[in-house]
Design a protein around this ligand. Sequence first.
Ligand SMILES: Cc1ncc(COP(=O)(O)O)c(C=O)c1O
Length: 363
Amino acid sequence: MNDPVYNFGAGPSMLPTEVMQQVQRDFLNFNNMGVSVIEISHRSKEFEAVLARCDELVREVGNIPANYQLLYTHGGAQMQFAGVPLNLLARKPAHKAVYCETGHFSRLANVEAQRYGNIVIAASGRDSSYDRIPAFTRRMVDDDASYAFITSNNTIYGTQYPSWPDMEDMPLVIDATSDIFSRPVDFSKTGVVFAGLQKNLGPAGTALVIVREDLIGHAMERTPSLLDWAVYAKNHSLANTNSTFNIYVMSLVMQWLKDQGGPAAMAQRNEEKAQALYKVLDGSDFYRGTAQPAYRSRMNVTWVLPSEELTALFLKEALANGLYALKGHKVVGGIRASIYNPVPLAGCRKLAEFMREFERTRG
Ligand SMILES: Cc1ncc(COP(=O)(O)O)c(C=O)c1O
């Protein structure tokens, strides 16, 4: 076997090898049925068992309270940028929501929401190129708002809320696409948490929506049925043909996560992985980390080199060394190492070693 290739892609991103091996087996012959997992009906008892198991694992691993529903929705995370306002704004007459803008995706979220109501941006990191998370507290959210919105981890800018803000009585909605189940969190303090699967949970195109029951059933009249959380809740996410493959892979990822020790074990490992890289940045005049240290992400580590030429060379040599998909997002450039739950510590150590060597020879 050749040396392993470590995948630092931002999403779709690395899945655990054990999961992919299981997928490979089930692809040809699921449950000894002689048919593929992608060939069985979403209404078959076998798929219903997959869905039920996925729910059970999410509840157990995520410690999700009983008064929250789990929905598997179409269109990835960004579909919920519309789904959230369509389902929640009409809860109160002002049709108002308050957003904290901490990067590219939280901006897309509030721009989309503006199509449906009165959206206030109470805090923004835009003036400092989103290198930090601005303060966002309950006092900054008007009482007539239907919800407050944050993006817990900013995939492109490499920043993360050290902890989720306490919004007390105001439903807190969180786009946790790039850090769900990467550390222990208290879901009972949230109204809605949603995440596209393609980083910590599985394949792209589906989102997990964890929603407090009392927030279901307030959708605006014009909400398309397949964006209405009540329709998903009533039909156990099977109002139409859902992405059976995505949910199936997610159930395997959740089992893997449980076997690894869940979010608490992940948090420890993710800290070690991230620190292996931040240590190189902190000890270098050659590389410059782009996030303020207090808000550094444990999922996406971002930095720049002194020139475009050196950046291109770094990427080329990294790839030749089995370090794949390190290019920063096109809106910011530079380098980004995405180190979601499945990325092993060995990959981060190898990247850290490569960075030191590159600095020694090219710096
Ligand atoms: C925080 C965050 N939200 C939303 C998205 C978009 O997700 P999707 O492509 O599933 O719509 C991404 C990245 O892909 C993201 O990092």
